[in-house]
Design a protein around this ligand. Structure first.
Ligand code: NAD
Length: 317
């Protein structure tokens, strides 16, 4: 079994790799060639979350284990911590244990960028971001790869975190402005990426024709967007079962204002089974809950590259 520590991941997997791998995973799900197993996600108290995301797809079987530990930032560590374990899908023999922190950021940013690429209006020029934590910078970088955004506007409950996101925008050559939520109405695409327990982005903050990539809500009880806004949008997701239980759509579904049958897997847009956006005026919403197959897809790249380059630590199991 090969151990591929976190410190090697940046040299093994690029954001472009993650984009292609996540697209392939979503398409395989839509074609019935891959499936995610039910998520285990448990609250440990004090905001800590721990769980498992697992699944099977051609060539990959495995699990990501880890969670979100909000006290870490004060200790100089990132709040998300995880590893991915890969097994041989034929024999069940463990093949690798792969550091999951950067992989999670890359595969999550890839998912929202894929949704922007496929669902935002072609002429989208203003990117809005709600959130400014660890994930937000990856989201910004990935979004900038799929559209020619001309400026970025951002809001965060904790405004002191915004300059760090502004520095990433500057690196990308994009003007950046911290704005009140009311000015999100200027955005053509909005990414939400917070750990909020209640909605901040409300219907009046979003203009007709906007694409929303809702990425922060990955657990029961989290919420970033007004359920009425969710219910009024054309909703897409990585996986419907997760969307209605742990994703942003959980609240609108529980309120009875959105039916599970009205939510479309993004993979169906990728395979051409669903046309995606139907008009320039409708609001499209991607409920990115984070599926285990995204993790297996990017960890599989890390394993392949590490084997090719003779990297990692081989251990007997
Ligand atoms: P982080 O801890 O680095 O940042 C947290 C963000 O949430 C900051 O912008 C912070 O200001 C904001 N925030 C904290 N408490 C808030 C509150 N009460 N109300 C509003 N905003 C609040 O976290 P991160 O690593 O950037 O992750 C952000 C979120 O994305 C987390 O909820 C995480 O679980 C989720 N996530 C989702 C996926 C996915 O696949 N969908 C993957 C990774 C992370």
């Amino acid at each position: 079994m090969l151990i591929i520590p976190e410190s090697l991941i940046a040299d093994l997997v690029t954001p472009e790799d993650a984009h292609a791998a996540v697209e392939a995973a979503f398409a395989a799900m839509a074609e019935g060639e891959a499936r995610n197993f039910p998520v285990v996600r448990e609250a440990l108290g004090e905001g800590r979350q721990y769980g498992f995301k697992s699944g099977i797809m051609p060539g990959a079987l495995g699990v990501k284990s880890g969670g979100y530990f909000p006290g870490n930032a004060a200790r100089g560590m990132i709040n998300h911590q995880s590893v991915v374990i890969l097994f041989d899908p034929e024999t069940g023999v463990p093949r690798a244990m792969v550091g999951g922190n950067l992989l999670t950021a890359l595969r999550t940013a890839a998912a929202s960028a894929i949704s922007i690429d496929r669902l935002a209006r072609p002429e989208a020029r203003v990117l809005g971001i709600v959130g400014a934590g660890h994930q937000a910078q990856f989201q910004l970088r990935a979004a900038a790869r799929v559209r020619r955004f001309e400026r970025v506007i951002a809001w965060n409950l904790h405004p002191e975190m915004l300059p760090r996101l502004g520095a990433v925008a500057a690196e990308l050559g994009l003007p950046f402005e911290a704005v009140p939520l009311e000015r999100m109405v200027e955005a053509d695409a909005i990414i939400t990426i917070t750990s909020a327990p209640a909605a901040s982005l409300m219907a009046p903050h979003v203009a007709p024709g906007t694409h929303l990539a809702c990425m922060g809500t990955d657990t029961k009880g989290k919420q970033e967007v007004d359920p009425a806004l969710v219910a009024s949008a054309r909703v897409f997701t990585d996986e419907v079962a997760q969307s209605i239980t742990i994703g942003e759509a959980q609240h609108a579904v529980a309120a009875g204002s959105l039916r599970a049958e009205a939510i479309t897997p993004l993979g169906e847009v990728l395979t051409g089974a669903h046309p995606g956006r139907r008009s320039p005026d409708e609001i499209t919403l991607f409920d990115g809950t984070g599926v285990g197959l995204q993790d297996l897809a990017v960890a599989g790249i890390a394993l392949r590259r590490a084997e090719e380059r003779g990297l990692g630590i081989e251990v007997l199991v």
